[in-house]
Every structure is written in structure tokens, then in C-alpha cells.
Design a protein around this ligand. Sequence first.
Ligand code: CMC
Length: 393
Amino acid sequence: SGYVTLDSGYKNTGATKSAITFLDGEEGILRYRGYPIEQLAEHSNFMEVAYLLIYGKLPTQQEITDFNSQISRHTLVHEDMRKIFDGFPSSAHPMGILSSLVSALTAFYPESLDPNQSEEEMNLNIKRLIAKISTIAAWSYKNSVGHPVNYPKNKLDYVSNFLHMMFAFPTEDYDINPVVVNALNKLLILHADHEQNCSTSTVRMVGSANASLYSSVSAGICALWGPLHGGANQEVIEMLEEIKADGGNTDKWLAKAKDKNDPFRLMGFGHRVYKNFDPRAKIIKKAADDVLSALGIDDPILEIAKKLEEAALTDPYFVERKLYPNVDFYSGIIYRAIGIPTDMFTVMFAMGRLPGWIAQWKELRENKEPIGRPRQIYVGETERNYTPISERA
Ligand code: CMC
């Protein structure tokens, strides 16, 4: 037991057994509960995929009708949560608001803290979280633009309701475009789970201490916020904007990305597991073309992105290191086309990833996994004696 193997960044360590998501990085295969991501993105919708991930099977008509109506019933967020929300400055990053308010749910639903909650109580907490995250996410946007919040409209489906809360003003009826609803469903599906990535491992680690679903997911949101993880989608657009402002000189930026003395990385490129292509990026690239043409938008940064991708895919630096566009490379272009501001991109990722986090947290509980507790290789001082302060140099 004194023997510890070092695996920084967990590159080769399986931390758990899981029956949720299959990922083959060499072949570019991603399946949720056995269903290929391509089929789900094409034929399913986000709530159905959420059900699939969490409960392990595609729902019957009755099951999905019940699931949807139970979620709609919980979209309102307690008015006292507004007091916490109102304390945030308008400069607050929406991810900070999201993680704080999800964590605050533990105070409003203290029964969620009980590790021995019944299956029924667990399901209620799950549905509450799926419902309220969309309301909180829309609030976080309203805060950033200084607008009053819009209350949910429960006759709408999940995605349409979110768009309503984002873009309708209290006095106007926002016209919900089916092209936008479809695009958003697709993006959320593609983000819904990705086995033991950084934020999901965080959710499982926190959950392994028997912490509540809300606390575990709040921690996952913080992990996702990092620019090497979900935060990359915001950075991609900022990078593309910068390249555009710089005259669209993609060669210059590729050279920067290759220069080992320059910390700049090509955002939206590379992946820890995918080494041939990211199947999600393939679907999103096509969706970006479809959505922009359906909405009649001509976004010059889409052209820059394509030019950059083409140049990188033929450049030995990127070829040798097997660096390909990842899920984040084209997603921001779609978000932008449907009116979602850049600092909300990672929030969109969090909404999409939520069913995966929930499914993983639930699986951990059901399998009664032990508390996560990695070991280390100690490289510090050996034993030394305490010296009084007067004798220290
Ligand atoms: N641009 C330039 N060089 C890169 C890039 C990049 N985007 N990604 C990796 N490299 C180089 C890296 O410098 C290293 O080169 P060398 O062997 O000469 O030192 C080599 O490729 C291997 O990189 P690594 O950092 O050891 O690989 P990793 O598996 O630890 O990191 C990654 C994976 C995704 C963090 C990294 O590719 C990266 O920083 N990409 C940009 C950020 C990004 O797009 N993140 C989103 C990931 S997908 C969605 C998500 O997880 O949320």
C-alpha cells in the first residue's frame, strides 16, 4: 500500500466504472447509453437526451410527457434567491452567478443535503435543478445587460422557454424561431456528457464525499469555467475577432500558436482524448453553415475559422501533435448567430452538460462508490527541526 503510481492530469487512470458515455478517441466515436451522437443530434431533442443520460433508456411518450411537465413545474426560482442575485454587480461574469446560485439552492432545499434521500426525493432534486438552471442562466444574462428578468412561460418547451427568458421583454412577445430552437437543441445535446472530463470528475469527486447534487454541480460549474475546459468557447470567438481586427492574417496567428516562447494556443483546437477528430466538431461545423444560411447571416468570422482550420490541418505542427478542432471551435459562431453574447457561451455549455453531471452523480450514488482520495508523490523537505523566529535568516 506504500506504493503510489504518478499520473499527473490522470492521463491513464480510470477513476470509475461507468455505463453512461462511451468515447473512443482514436476512432472519434461518442455514444450516450449506446446511441451514436450523430443520431441523437439529428433526431432527438435536449430533454429526451437528458432523460436518456439520467435514466439509461429512451423514454416512452408517457415518460417524456411526465418528465417535461414536471420540469416545467419547477422553473420558477424562489423570490428570496433574487435578493442574492440582486447583490451581483452588472460586471459579474455569468458563470460566477450560475455557480453561486446553484450552490444557494442547498439553502432553499436543505432536504437535498440528506445522503439517504429516497429515490423520489432524488428525482425531485434532479428535476428542480434542470428546471431552475435555465431560469438562473437567463437571469445571469439579464444582470449583465441591466434588464429586468423575464419569468418562465411554462407552456413552452425547455429550449423555447429559455429563449423567451433570455430575449423577451416583459411587455413584448418574443418571436421564437424554430431554426434557433433546433440549433440550440443540437448544441445542448452535443454538450450533454463527455465521460470523465475535468468538470464531471469534479462533480464525482465532490459527490463522493456525499455532498448534495446542488453542491456537486456548483463545483462542476466552477471547473467548467476554466479557459482550458468550457471557457474555451468564449476564448475562440475572442480569438477570431482579434484575428479579424488584425486583417484576417491566419498565418501569423498559426505561427504564434506554434511558437513555444509564446503562451498563445489556438483556442478550440486539441483534445486530451480525441486524436483523429472530434465527432461533435464535425456536426457543429455543418450546423453552423446551416444555421447561418437559414437565418441569412453572413458572419466573416466563420470564414476566418474555416481558413484557420484548413491551414492548421495541413500544417506539420498540428498534424504531428494530432490537433483537430474540438467542440468549442464552431459552437460560438452558432451562439453568436442566435443572439447569445460571448460571455454567456460557457453558461450554455453548463446548461448542456447538466444532464451528464446529474447522471454521473446519480451513478456514483447508486454504485455506492468510495470517497475519492488520490495519493501523491511527496517531493518536499525531509524532516527538519523548528527554529525560534530570532534564529531564522
Ligand atoms: N495550440 C497550439 N499548440 C497546442 C494546442 C493548441 N490549441 N493544444 C495542444 N498543443 C500542443 C502543446 O503545446 C504540446 O506541444 P509540445 O508537445 O511541443 O509541448 C502538445 O500539443 C500536447 O499538448 P498538451 O497540452 O500536452 O495536451 P493536453 O491533452 O494536456 O491538453 C487541451 C488538451 C485541450 C487542454 C489543449 O489541446 C488546449 O489547451 N487546447 C486549447 C484550449 C481548448 O480548446 N480547450 C477546449 C477543449 S474541448 C472542450 C472542453 O474540454 O471543454
